[in-house]
Design a protein around this ligand. Sequence first.
Ligand SMILES: Nc1ncnc2c1ncn2[C@@H]1O[C@H](COP(=O)(O)OP(=O)(O)OP(=O)(O)O)[C@@H](O)[C@H]1O
Ligand SMILES: [Mg+2]
Length: 152
Amino acid sequence: MRLTLRSEAETIALGARLGRRLKAGDLILLRGELGAGKTTLARGLALGVGYRGRVSSPTFALAHRYKGKRLTLHHLDLYRVAKGEDSELGLDELLADPRAAVVVEWPDAVGGVWPKDRLELTLAHAHTQRKASFKATGPRGAYLSTQCVRTQ
Ligand SMILES: Nc1ncnc2c1ncn2[C@@H]1O[C@H](COP(=O)(O)OP(=O)(O)OP(=O)(O)O)[C@@H](O)[C@H]1O
Ligand SMILES: [Mg+2]
């Protein structure tokens, strides 16, 4: 499934649409080259869970926590994480948080740690716009992917 995102606002809107439907335990993996719009999409997710604060790339902090009205969202960026470092990152703890969903930029920096049921979203540059493609594994991933193509 592919979508065209014509502006930053459309990337945020897609994130917000998904964020409104997120539940505790949900996992979204965000792929795409530098500047493809991953953090922008995470900003939309945070809006969707009812968080009104600042959203920025947690490149140095590794993880940011957005405590929304409805749900907490953990936002991870593993760009600077070296392979083999994952056991020290406390990922299991974040993924097991019973009150939170998790979104991850650069998930392939660590191997084999992600729960099976998830939505995988890949963003790519398309001239001045972006393309988004989806892959769902598991029931929650499948549900979330159906929400990606809605217009509201
Ligand atoms: N659909 C879109 N059309 C045009 N520009 C967009 C779109 N979505 C996001 N952008 C812009 O792309 C730029 C980079 O976005 P962002 O920081 O979210 O990328 P990223 O994938 O997180 O990058 P990094 O890999 O460095 O973390 C921002 O200036 C943002 O406004
Ligand atoms: Mg980013």
